[in-house]
Design a protein around this ligand. Structure first.
Ligand SMILES: Cc1ncc(COP(=O)(O)O)c(C=O)c1O
Length: 433
């Protein structure tokens, strides 16, 4: 049992005097105790107080190969001896682009950016330019980054959401340009009939339907059988593009993303997090005619760090590791995750704590709820968040780190022994609820 986080607490106090909030992303302040880390290897992290954890946060997703993966370390060490950036062309750009082309069905062409939020911004712009239409249709509870244009109806409160058939477009931040809400139409996810009606009501105006193909950011909810194919059909019928935001599902649910796993090809897709295995990299991939708008269609796009060799060296190794042996690394991560999901379900049943565990092996979520099924954002309103906070804290004391919203990411480095030890530790956390 971990009994002290004194050094982390001292460092946070010191950090707050120079770094706004003491953390580099306000989401991180939500951890039960914002920890300071000093090392990590495989599935394990060590904090500055010398405590060791089995980690299921994976730096919020990127560390799909685990920490300090030997091939990554070796390659990046060598790469660091070369120029870190050229701001010009180099071989790794097309080498990594070709690997993505080979893995991802919609990737006729790719473009590199640095963060998922940027990739989404480019995808929105391409879609509006290509179709000549103004609106992006998004779904309640889906997160597409923190930019003004995208941060709409991500976590709207029950008193803000409006009727389920015609949800309100709710801004996500103070200071956000107010017209972001006017440029976005919001729909409930996993409901084709309502989507059809909303598209009909906005006929000729929707440039793209954008979604997380698995709703990872609001509870790792899976698409209902046939739903993604149905949305594809509706997009075609109404002349809108289909964009999958695969920043989480990409290179995690399958080496070819959710589009391969579910067999539904979008027109554009955005990737981030796992593609670089820990280095900052994001990707827009899609149909050649749409991607070409950046060069012949008047779409402006830039980025000093786009395609920098350091990030692409990381991606080069990461994609090789993930695609080796027909995707064995991700099969393992997903298998370990499924085992953990089953184990957690058994623990909650044994402790008589109502819990739904949703998602897929490599990314899943704990809902402390009495509901039997969850299929879209509003279903998560009933989650018992106080109980989740207690559980997160108890898990941390037991030496297991989860994402502060109740999500778990599982990497290729998590072993059967890690899973068994995790379940043992989490059993104690359930006992304390
Ligand atoms: C689905 C999805 N899209 C976009 C983003 C934004 O990515 P970034 O944080 O790299 O800007 C995230 C981040 O969590 C995400 O989960």
């Amino acid at each position: 049992m971990i009994t002290t986080w004194n050094r982390s607490r001292q460092m946070l106090d010191r950090s707050r005097r120079s770094l706004a909030g003491g953390v580099s992303s306000p989401f991180r302040a939500k951890a039960p105790v914002p920890l300071f880390f000093e090392s990590g290897s495989g599935a394990r992290l060590r904090d500055v107080d010398g405590n060791e954890y089995i980690d299921y946060q994976l730096a919020w997703g990127p560390m799909i190969l685990g920490y300090s993966h030997p091939a990554m370390v070796e390659r990046l060490r060598k790469q660091a001896e070369k120029p870190l950036s050229y701001g010009a062309q180099h071989e790794l750009e097309f080498i990594v682009a070709e690997k993505i082309q080979a893995l991802v069905p919609c990737a006729e062409l790719v473009a590199f950016t640095s963060s998922g939020s940027e990739a989404v911004q480019l995808a929105h712009r391409l879609a509006r330019a290509f179709t000549g239409r103004p609106l992006i249709l998004k779904f309640e509870g889906h997160y597409h980054g923190w930019m003004d244009s995208a941060l709409v109806s991500y976590k709207p409160q029950p008193d803000e959401v409006g009727p389920r058939e015609t949800p309100q477009s709710v801004l996500g931040s103070k200071g956000q340009a107010a017209n972001a809400a006017d440029n976005t139409v919001v729909a409930p996810w996993n409901d084709l009939e309502i989507l059809d009606r909303i598209l009909a009501a906005n006929k000729g105006a929707v440039a793209a339907i954008m979604m997380e193909a698995v709703l990872c950011n609001s509870g790792c909810l899976m698409p209902s059988p046939g739903y993604l194919a149905g949305v594809r059909e509706l997009a075609d019928r109404y002349g809108a593009l289909l964009i999958f935001d695969e920043v989480i599902t990409g290179f995690r649910i399958d080496p070819g993303g959710a589009q391969t796993h579910f067999g539904v090809k979008p027109d554009l897709a955005t990737f981030g997090k796992a593609v670089g295995g820990g280095v900052p990299l994001s990707v827009v991939a899609g149909r050649a005619g749409i991607m070409g708008m950046m060069f012949t269609g008047g779409v402006v796009f830039g980025g000093t760090f786009n395609g920098n060799p350091f990030s692409l060296a990381g991606a080069d190794v990461c994609l090789d590791e993930l695609s080796r042996d027909g995707g064995a690394a991700l099969r393992h991560a997903n298998c370990m995750g499924e085992r953990l999901m089953d184990g957690i379900r058994s623990l909650s049943a044994a402790h008589k704590i109502p819990l739904q565990v949703t998602g897929f092996g490599a990314a899943f979520y704990l809902h402390f709820t009495d509901r039997e099924t969850l299929s879209s954002y509003r279903d998560t309103f009933d989650d018992n968040r106080d109980r989740l906070q207690k559980f997160l804290y108890a898990a941390m004391e037991a030496g297991v780190i989860l994402v502060p919203d109740g999500r778990l990411y599982v990497s290729a480095a998590h072993s059967e022994a890690d899973v068994a030890e995790t379940l043992d530790k989490l059993s104690g956390a359930f006992e304390r609820l």
